[in-house]
Every structure is written in structure tokens, then in C-alpha cells.
Write a protein that binds this ligand. Structure first.
Ligand code: NAP
Length: 348
């Protein structure tokens, strides 16, 4: 077939769809969408809409060391972060995509779903006493991350309006131990008071989900039980770290693995404020007992060492049988008694 080509007439003129919508173009040339979002755009859009609708507005109270550390992850999970602290952290907040409010009243007027208390243990009561709860929604969820648990639970029950939900938590890691990953690190929580409505439970679970999906080992435990365990583990760990720091452990060219562990311990604990450590001692009723046990254990180890040294020294001084007689004399004169290991009857 011969095709006649005319330079003035196009080879194929598409029907004018705009002017005559009843005329359909040939099937293979049908235009299905004009300026429509591509499928992948649509999915991204849906995802971000879903994220927005399931995001919590979280007010972080106390934007210091630990408050900032937690906030980075909460923002990464798509939550809307608003913050307040005694000091001005506005640039730190904006650097992670959070908003900073100098005045707690302005913060509360944003009507957060969750208020996350990250202030020091020692300041908890004064912070709660002056907090403008009346500006919050009546169903707000209050969460704390204090390293002691019975103390904030008691204060929450005392100061918070009874309509508020209460979740006491302790992420058992910090900016040092959790800097690479939270995977396998313990997260203790106690749902102290969550209202009956399913939306309140969902909100609480959504908050916990952040830690769960970061791989934390989620441990539901009463605040009282937490404090018993934490005094024997966390407080002792912090104490040993501080003792070793005072002692002055330093790296050497022949570090053993055990010694490296001690250096790590000092590094981990020295980055926490002394105020935090003092809070662990003051506001956990089990801490004093653990400190006394540590003291006794140290004394007992010293006694064992000096006891043996004493025996060696005595043998060198008195030799065999002769020494026994002299010792007996000394004993009768009322000198120190140290139990002898070789014979049950004699002592010196
Ligand atoms: P921290 O010394 O225990 O607390 C510092 C925070 O408390 C700062 O936000 C500070 O605000 C605020 N603060 C102190 N005194 C205040 C007062 N009188 N009034 C109002 N705010 C006051 O150090 P942290 O490491 O950041 O710990 C914060 C909380 O997280 C503590 O309750 C701690 O037990 C808990 N926690 C810490 C870790 C950790 O590894 N660090 C781990 C788990 C739980 P400004 O900075 O604005 O002064």
C-alpha cells in the first residue's frame, strides 16, 4: 500500500477528546490518567497518611541527656514531639525535628496524647507540684522513665488528676549502653492505671510499641518488684563504676579482658550525672541495704587476705612448736584472736 504524505496534514490526527468526549480513541492509545500520581507515589502517600493518623503527640518534660536520647527514636518512629525543659534546648529540639516550648503552659495547650517525664529523680516532686495539668486533656497518658519506680508511682497517684492514665517505665539503658542499638536491652513497665476505653489501651500499646519494635526485652513488672531487683543490680553497678572511677583505673598496654570490662563500666557510669546516682540511692528503699552489704563484702575480703598474711608472718616469726607456746602466752595476755585453719583447738 502506498501512503501519501502531505507536509501540511499530520499522518494521524487524534480525535479531539476535550471537545468531543463521546469519541473514544483507539484502544491501544487510550489515555488512562493525566497528571495522576504513580502507584509508588500513592503508596508512599498512603503510608505517610497512616503514619500521621497513628502518630502520637508526645510532650517530653525534661530535655536533658536522657530526654534527648529517647526523643530521637520517638521522632524516627513518626511521633510528633513537643518538648519543655528548665534550660533552653530549642536548637537541640529543632535539630531532631521536635518543637521546644519555654513555657509549660504553652506546651500543655498543644494537648499532647502523652506526657513523658524525663526529669531528674530529685526534682520530680517539685516539677509535678507546679505542672499546669488543668491545661491538658482529661484523658492524657502520663509516662515516666525514672530509674526508680515506686517513688514516681506514689507521686503520680498523689498529684495527677484521677482521669489521667499512668504508665511507669524504666528503659534499662542509656545514651552510652544504647548508643548502637536497643536490641535485647531490658525495658521494664507497669501499667499502673489505664482507663477502660479501648482507645486508652491502644494509645498505651502504641507507646510501648516503639521500644518493642526497637528490639527491647519487654518486662512487665510491678514498680515495687523493679526496685528490689534494681537495687541489687543497677545500684551496685553504678556504685562499683563510681568507686573504680575514684580509684582511677587507666588503660595499660597489657589490658586483660576483665580489666577492659572494668574500663567499660567506668565509661558507662561516669557519663550519668551524680544527681541520677544520688536519686538511685535516696529514692530506692532497698539501696542502703545493698550499700551496707557491699561494704561488708569488701571488709570480709580484706579480713580473709590479712588473715592469711598474718599466718605467714607468724610462722616466719615463731617457727614451729616454740611459736605455739609464745602464742599461748600472748593469748593469755588477751591479745587479738584469729582462728587458726590447721588446728581447731588453737588460736592466736
Ligand atoms: P538527670 O540528671 O537525672 O536529669 C536531668 C534532667 O532533669 C534535665 O532534663 C534537667 O533539666 C531536669 N532537671 C533537673 N533538675 C530540675 C529541676 N529542679 N526542675 C526541673 N527540671 C530539672 O539526668 P538524665 O540522664 O537526663 O536522666 C533523666 C531521667 O531519666 C532520670 O529520671 C533518670 O533516672 C532517667 N533515666 C536515665 C537513664 C540514663 O542512662 N541516663 C536511663 C534510664 C532512665 P535541664 O537540663 O533543663 O536543667
Amino acid at each position: 500500500m502506498l501512503l501519501h504524505f502531505s507536509p501540511t496534514k499530520p499522518l494521524f490526527s487524534p480525535p479531539n477528546l476535550r471537545r468531543n468526549p463521546t469519541v473514544s480513541p483507539p484502544r491501544s492509545l487510550r489515555i488512562r490518567a493525566i497528571d495522576a500520581a504513580q502507584i509508588f507515589d500513592y503508596e508512599t502517600q498512603l503510608k505517610s497518611e497512616y503514619r500521621k493518623s497513628s502518630a502520637l503527640k508526645i510532650a517530653v518534660l525534661g530535655f536533658g541527656n536522657f530526654g534527648q536520647f529517647l526523643s530521637k527514636t520517638l521522632v524516627r518512629h513518626g511521633h510528633d514531639l513537643i518538648t519543655h525543659s528548665r534550660s533552653d534546648y530549642s536548637s537541640a529540639a529543632s535539630s531532631i525535628g521536635a518543637r521546644f516550648f519555654h513555657n509549660p503552659h504553652d506546651l500543655c495547650e498543644q494537648h499532647p496524647d502523652v506526657v513523658l517525664l524525663c526529669t531528674s529523680i530529685l526534682s520530680t516532686e517539685s516539677v509535678l507540684r507546679s505542672f499546669p495539668f488543668q491545661r491538658l486533656r482529661r484523658s492524657t497518658l502520663f509516662v515516666d522513665v525514672l530509674s526508680v519506680k515506686e517513688f514516681p508511682k506514689t507521686l503520680f497517684l498523689k498529684y495527677l488528676p484521677k482521669e489521667f492514665d499512668i504508665l511507669c517505665t524504666h528503659p534499662m539503658f542509656g545514651p552510652e549502653s544504647g548508643k548502637h542499638s536497643w536490641s535485647g536491652l531490658p525495658f521494664v513497665y507497669d501499667k499502673v492505671r489505664i482507663g477502660d476505653e479501648s482507645s486508652r489501651h491502644e494509645r498505651c500499646d502504641k507507646f510501648l510499641k516503639v521500644f518493642e519494635s526497637e528490639g527491647c526485652r519487654m518486662v512487665e513488672m510491678s514498680c515495687e518488684e523493679h526496685d528490689k531487683h534494681a537495687a541489687g543490680s543497677q545500684f551496685v553497678t553504678h556504685t562499683m563504676g563510681r568507686v573504680l572511677e575514684k580509684f582511677g583505673v587507666e588503660s595499660s598496654p597489657i589490658n586483660t579482658k576483665g580489666y577492659e570490662t572494668l574500663l567499660d563500666l567506668v565509661e558507662n557510669t561516669s557519663s550519668d550525672s551524680f544527681e541520677l546516682y544520688y536519686g538511685l540511692f535516696m529514692y530506692n528503699q532497698n539501696a542502703l541495704e545493698q550499700l551496707e552489704r557491699l561494704d561488708m563484702a569488701f571488709e570480709s575480703i580484706k579480713k580473709e587476705l590479712f588473715g592469711r598474711l598474718h599466718q605467714v608472718y607468724r610462722k616466719q616469726m615463731f617457727g614451729g612448736g616454740e611459736g605455739k607456746k609464745t602464742e599461748q602466752k600472748l593469748l593469755n595476755d588477751g591479745v587479738v584472736r584469729v582462728k587458726e585453719e590447721s588446728s581447731s583447738s588453737s588460736s592466736s
